[in-house]
Each structure stands twice: as C-alpha cells, then as structure tokens.
Design a protein around this ligand. Structure first.
Ligand SMILES: *Cc1c(COP(=O)(O)O)cnc(C)c1O
Length: 232
C-alpha cells in the first residue's frame, strides 16, 4: 500500500510541476509519519523514501534514534522550549518557528551541541485563530531578529493552510506565502535565505506545488488515516 501511495503522490507532484513549468527536482516530498509505527516507516524506507516529518518532539527523537542515521527528520509541529533538546541535532529542518523566545531556545541548544540549526518561520497566512504561526505583517521583523543568532540559519517559510474541501480555495494562501518570501529575499538579510517554501498537505499539495512549494508534507496520502484513539 505504501509503495503504491508514494508512487501516486510522486506522480501527481511531477504533473503539477509540468503544469507550472517547474523542475520536479526542486520539490521534495516529506512523508509525515506522525502517530505511525516504526514498521510503516521502514516500509517507506524500503521504497527509497529518506525524508520524514514528525510533529511531536519525543516521538521524533525515539524514531530518529531507532532508524538508520541517513534518514532526514523534519520537525513540523508546535515546539515548546523545554522540548527543544530532543529536536536540535536530530532534525535537519525545524519548520515551525514562530517566536523569538523559541528561536533563543534553539540557539542555546545549538550552541551547546555545536551545530547550526536550519529553521523555517511559520506564517499563519490565513490568520486562523486555531493555528500557530505569525501574522504576515510580523514576519519580516521576527526574521531580522532571529538572523542575529549565530547558530541558526533561516532557510525560508512554512504555512499550514486551512482545511478546505476544494484545494483551489487555498491557492491564494500559498501564493501569499511565496510573495512574502520574495519580498523578504529582496531585503538580502545576512544569514537568511528564502529558498524553501514548506506548504501543501494531502488535501492540497498539488495546488501548493503549482504555487511554488519546495517541500510538501503528506501524511494521510501515504500512510492512510491516523488513529488517535490509541494515543496516551
Ligand atoms: C499532520 C501534518 C501534515 C500532514 O497532514 P496530512 O493531511 O495527513 O497529509 C502536514 N503538516 C503538518 C504541520 C502536520 O501537522
């Protein structure tokens, strides 16, 4: 099942790239494995998948420590400062930085471990009350502040679009995130590159790719529905 799902999603990404005149090599599919057991991740690894996404710090740590070292882990969930220690040094990219307070905790842990942490700034483009992330108009100021931290590199922006039945409804959200990243790139801030746009999930990743996503985060479309009833 995982093999077929992965091939189907990759095919759809390729087709979306074609429609948008983009090179498919510029889009990376992150397999979001949150709540899923190690065996399912191993199955995806056997299919050649190397990039996985998790949204809980301890769960990511456990899976990272149990699986081969060449797997890349993306941290995509809300991160509390007391959990930063599990993520720094393990995640290749932290997608969800939305405050200076969190950035400072990542800086301190990165300095301690003598690593550079790559991060994205999470923007709540659609301004949904229920979601984490910065307002569009707050983003530049936060980026300028984080850019001064020596053990952090800002690679780009991330957004979680609203849940909609018709993915076209999110096109404007994705477009806004890309426009914001172009505006910020034009400021040429030291220690900041705007090469990464993390946007698009199972429901809307094709539209996100058409609008410039470089990472799409797909869980259900690869591993099937999540079952939260067995969670502690
Ligand atoms: C769970 C999650 C995803 C994947 O969602 P699906 O709808 O299952 O593809 C993507 N991004 C974030 C931040 C998530 O928490």
């Amino acid at each position: 099942m995982i093999q077929e799902n992965l091939s189907a999603v990759e095919e759809k990404i390729k087709n979306a790239c074609k429609r948008a005149n983009r090179n498919p090599d510029d889009v990376t599919l992150i397999a979001v494995s949150k709540t899923k057991p190690i065996e399912m991740i191993e199955e995806a690894i056997a299919c050649g998948k190397r990039e996985f996404g998790e949204n809980k710090a301890q769960e990511m740590k456990e899976k990272c420590d149990a699986l081969p070292k060449d797997i890349k882990w993306h941290f995509i969930g809300h991160l509390q400062t007391n959990k930063v220690k599990y993520v720094v040094g393990r995640a290749c990219l932290i997608h969800s930085v939305d405050s200076f307070h969190l950035a400072e905790a990542i800086e301190a842990e990165s300095a301690k471990k003598d690593v550079i942490s790559h991060i994205l700034v999470e923007v709540n483009v659609a301004q949904e009350e229920s979601k984490f992330g910065l307002k569009t108009e707050e983003t530049l100021a936060l980026i300028e502040k984080i850019a001064t931290l020596p053990h952090i590199h800002i690679d780009g922006l991330m957004t979680i679009a609203p849940f909609v039945t018709n993915p076209e409804e999110n096109r404007a959200v994705f477009r806004k995130l890309r426009e914001l990243s172009v505006d910020i790139a034009a400021k040429n801030i030291d220690n900041v590159s705007m090469n990464v746009l993390s946007m698009g999930m199972t429901n809307d990743y094709e539209v996100a790719v058409e609008e410039g996503a470089t990472y799409v985060r797909v869980g259900t479309g690869i591993f099937g529905e999540r079952d939260y009833s067995k969670q502690k």
